[in-house]
Design a protein around this ligand. Structure first.
Ligand SMILES: [Zn+2]
Length: 555
């Protein structure tokens, strides 16, 4: 499938759009003395109404939301950015700039692995590194995550066509398809207006992903995530949708406003359309998106689909040689030499935080990564894999760094495992993030201060110690009725402690910082400097000699 260049369309009413998220942090009460494993509802943390600024519906759903419409005003898409070619040209410039330097590496990347820490800001990386060392009994600051030891690093600019602060859909379109688009859109250009189905169904507005480029070159491909297979990040590898929330046909009714004819839901696209239907491996959560409401899934929940279609049966009939796995043992027992195709679904919705998951039933990201590499390694032409630690973002949204940082550790372990299983001479591994979160490490805490504790070396203006980690926006600023900061001495060590925030919102939000790019393997020296997020897949395609853009093999 070629990367399509797109002609500009006549002006349609621009839906102004705001950034960022919000929604229900549902702390299910019951904190038992020794366990709190059921404490968090892992339902979708990204609220459509807030993302697009649909205040009336938002109020109907949740009277406590601030007015997102006010946030959404005066946002627009620069007209020139509606054409995919704008971003291809920019990527070509950024690649040419790097190729103008002395080239120290002639190696071609047979295998391409992209790891994504969703919402993994650079501060989140630093805090996770410190916590990693502290869990070993050390001061912590001196430690490093696996991917921090990679030889080359760069910075990724994360804004989207109409958003200063992006969501995970427009960013997935950037780092997987190489084109920036409008917030909440997937695999379509910014020419498509929000919820406009005729626009998103029109192939002229589609952009193809690096997974499709890899398939066209005869490589294996796959996606791994701790969220749902139909969540914004992995969907960037295969879907074309005006709205990331269209994960099932029922979701389209809920979120779609019935505009301009039918849209194809993301789960259906994954199972029945190119390039999703060709994936050799798909591991993650979200079983409900694939099953009709008449069927109870493996986790005791009813399917979500209204169209009566069982997409997993459909997948099995399309791929009789393929295997399905629903728990850790089934996954681990897959013999990749005999099973050429694998789909694993380990929750009805997104997976559980690693710290709260049942280790007997739920595979870790590291285990999913290992199995995915085993499966795609059977292809002699090499492979492209997208592997996401998606719950870093959830931890940060909930202002629960004790969860988010643990998810970073799980990502770090998965990267380490991938390094150990692959030949560094022919495998390019890129670790990055889609967007940041406004987490700060503040004050002047001394070396070795508990990163999840109070800053022991500074106080606020009233002499009250404060948490070293804090967020710009979140559910609890911990102020008394006079606006004075409460002491957190007897709260902060609670494992479910919600870290403090400056601005009170239902839940934490994304932020507009650049995020890190960490690269190792063939052509990894190109992943340096500051670059548009949309350049990342073009650089990987250059290294792997796939796609329609510039290629190492052209030289
Ligand atoms: Zn998020």
């Amino acid at each position: 499938m070629a990367r399509l260049s797109v002609s500009r369309r006549g002006t349609q009413k621009e839906l102004t759009i705001m950034s960022i998220l919000y929604v229900a942090l549902v702390l299910l009460s019951a904190l038992v003395a020794t366990t709190w494993s059921a404490a968090f509802d892992m339902n979708e943390v990204h609220n459509l109404d807030q993302l697009i600024g649909r205040s009336s519906v938002a109020k109907a759903r949740d009277t406590n939301l601030i007015d997102p419409n006010a946030l959404g005003k005066n946002k627009y898409t620069p007209p020139e950015e509606k054409a995919a070619q704008f971003w291809y040209d920019l990527a070509n410039e950024e690649i040419a700039k790097r190729l103008a330097l002395p080239q120290i590496d002639k190696r071609k990347a047979k295998n391409l692995i992209m790891f994504l820490g969703d919402g993994m800001s650079l501060t989140t990386v630093a805090a996770a590194r410190i916590l990693k060392g502290q869990l070993k009994g050390n001061t912590g600051e001196e430690d490093a995550l696996s991917f921090e030891k990679f030889p080359y690093t760069g910075l990724s600019r994360t804004y989207c066509s109409n958003a200063q602060v992006p969501d995970s859909a427009c960013t997935a379109t950037a780092y997987l398809c190489g084109v920036k688009t409008n917030i909440v859109a997937l695999g379509v250009t910014a020419n498509v207006n929000f919820n406009n189905c005729s626009g998103s169904e029109d192939p002229a507005n589609h952009v193809s992903s690096i997974a499709a480029w890899a398939q066209a070159a005869g490589k294996a491909s796959g996606i791994v995530t701790t969220t749902t297979l139909t969540h914004a990040s992995p969907s960037g590898a295969y879907a074309h949708s005006t709205n990331r929330f269209f994960e099932s046909d029922t979701d389209i009714v809920t979120y779609g406003e019935g505009q301009n004819g039918p849209c194809t839901d993301i789960a259906t696209q994954l199972i029945t359309q190119e390039p999703g239907k060709n994936f050799d491996v798909m591991l993650g959560g979200g079983m409900g998106k694939f099953l009709p409401q008449s069927i109870t899934d493996k986790f005791g929940n009813k399917g979500e689909r209204s169209d009566g279609v069982n997409l997993l049966s459909k997948w099995q009939s399309l791929h009789p040689e393929g295997a399905l796995a629903y728990n850790r043992n089934q996954l681990l027992s897959v013999d990749a030499k005999r099973i050429p195709r694998l789909i694993g679904l380990f929750n009805s919705g997104v997976m559980d935080f690693h710290k709260l998951a049942d280790p007997a039933q739920k595979p870790t990201l590291e285990e999913m990564t290992k199995k995915a590499i085993e499966v795609v390694s059977q292809n002699d032409e090499g492979y492209f894999l997208f592997i996401e630690g998606g719950l870093v973002d959830y931890g940060n949204h909930f202002n629960l760094p004790q969860m988010g940082l643990d998810e970073v550790h799980e990502l770090s372990k998965a990267v380490e495992t991938a390094l150990g299983m692959t030949n560094p001479e022919e495998t390019l591994i890129v670790v990055t993030s889609d967007h940041a979160h406004p987490l700060s490490i503040s004050g002047y805490p001394g070396r070795g201060t508990n990163i999840l504790g109070l800053n022991q070396h500074d106080t606020d203006i009233n002499g009250v110690k404060y948490a070293t980690l804090n967020y710009a926006v979140g559910p609890n600023p911990y102020l008394d009725e006079n606006g004075k900061r409460e002491s957190l001495e007897d709260k902060i060590d609670n494992p479910s402690f919600v870290f403090p925030s400056y601005i009170t919102g239902k839940i934490g939000v994304h932020s507009g910082d650049d995020v890190g790019i960490f690269a190792t393997g063939p052509q990894s020296h190109l992943f340096t400097g500051v670059m548009q997020q949309s350049t990342i897949p073009h650089l990987m395609a250059y290294a792997g000699c796939i796609g329609d853009g510039p290629k190492l093999c052209d030289n």
